[in-house]
Ligand binder design. Sequence first.
Ligand code: TXA
Ligand code: MG
Length: 319
Amino acid sequence: MSATGTKTLPYGEAAIAEAARVIAAGGCVAVPTETVYGLAADATDSDAVAGIYAAKGRPSFNPLIVHVPDLAAAEALAVFDDAARSLAERFWPGPLTLVVPVRPGAVSSLVTAGLDTVAVRVPAHRAMQALLRATGTPLAAPSANASNRISPTRAEHVLATLEGRIALVIDDGPTSAGLESTIVDARAGAVLRPGPITQDDLFPAQGRGPATKQSETGPRPSPGHVIAPGQLALHYSPTKPVRLNATSAQTDEWLIGFGTITGDDTLSASGNLAEAAAHLFDSLHRADASDRGRIAVAPIPADGLGDAINDRLRRAAHH
Ligand code: TXA
Ligand code: MG
């Protein structure tokens, strides 16, 4: 496909066959996962991976998440100790990414940005699973949006920033979780990026205490400390200013409500955090496209999934 057109195909055998051809030829394809739509290419092919960065207009080479169909395929790429294997067995397939030591040469060094670890996950979504099985290769896939823009939870969101820059989008409707996967450093037992699988899901015995969580606003980690290097504050920005913890709209603001705070749009009228997570990026996309110059968002409780939602909102507000 040329710069003039991005083809959208509904999920099905024809779409997967065409996507597999594009990937085998070294191209990249937007495909839904249960978290957000990803922009997938062959993780073993450096030119293909470079194509992801070019399409996104990503200025620097941050390490990417590698998607594989099952734990056995993950163990072919990386070394799993008992703790890593136990997390994988509990949460895969699903929205959990594990950072584990990479087997040298298993994926392109562009994928790992030269680190000795790789971020790997087994997605549950039927489209990504079908594509993994059709291509027979691990697929590197960041979110399918232009660099620094809002992550896509619908095919239309992908087109909003990548139209004409990629050949193909597989449309399988809105994603279910709505937030990028939780990233855990398996060796340190630390959450690097909060997501759909919460701290309490992961480490129930620990409660919220000891596991160290990365924060872009906090102190810089000491050398050798685990870090998700691509977790820059600007990662999820709408083009407009965002004000958090708003209980009503000010002049020229589009208010995104939650619970009893009703706005122009609501994340969840019943105050349900899973529903709010699934709607978050869609609501931000709508707010960004509205006729109002600014965006305000109602307070979201910090517990459970609220942790990941507030993480994304803080990034959206960090202008
Ligand atoms: O839900 C998701 O995870 C989506 C879907 C498409 O799977 N993907 C996604 O990828 O969010 P991306 O590229 O936007 O985020 C990758 C994150 C970055 O924050 C990066 O720094 C971190 O993973 N990461 C990748 N490799 C790493 C490594 N070896 N060590 C620590 N962090 C790593
Ligand atoms: Mg992203």
